[in-house]
Design a protein. Sequence first.
Length: 197
Amino acid sequence: MAVKIKTLLVWEMLGRPAEHISKIMEDLINKIGSEKGISIVSKTIHPTKKIENKDEEGNLIAEGELYSIFSEVEIDFDNTGDLIKTLFIYMPAHIEILEPEDMGITNLDMNMIANNILAKMHHYDSIAKSALMNNQALANKIKEIMQTNGSSMIKPPQISYGKADENHTETGISPTSSPSSNKPQKETKPKKNSKKK
């Protein structure tokens, strides 16, 4: 008879509202327990706790209140493969293998571990490459738009101190005027051309 692998796993979550993350944690543990080759011996879901919503520099992490929750779950696994699969799929924050002290790993178990690691690495590599391609495509599109429209995309506000006209708004400084140039000027009458006799 195969020896079961007895473990203690810890899951942590962060979110809001408090009732929501409590339900998500409960659903997660129930889903894990329904997996083939897994038996939940005991579980402890600790109460949600409000956490500081700022980082070390005092910057706001997210709008609104944030809560954390963690659970401790004792699980028996039928074999090493089921254990490794659970670690990769459900990603606990911590694991402690209680029994057995000496775990003989067969080549089949090692193959499963190695292939799970490779699959996960390829998945993350695919996500990273896709993000880089999307970022490059966006940068090229912005560059194309800027070249097509030139500097007309970004127009500084045009404002004047006097009466608004069709070219300027009612407040601010126009590109061709300054406060001193907006002072009222004395009216001057045009000089008449005098003909020499």
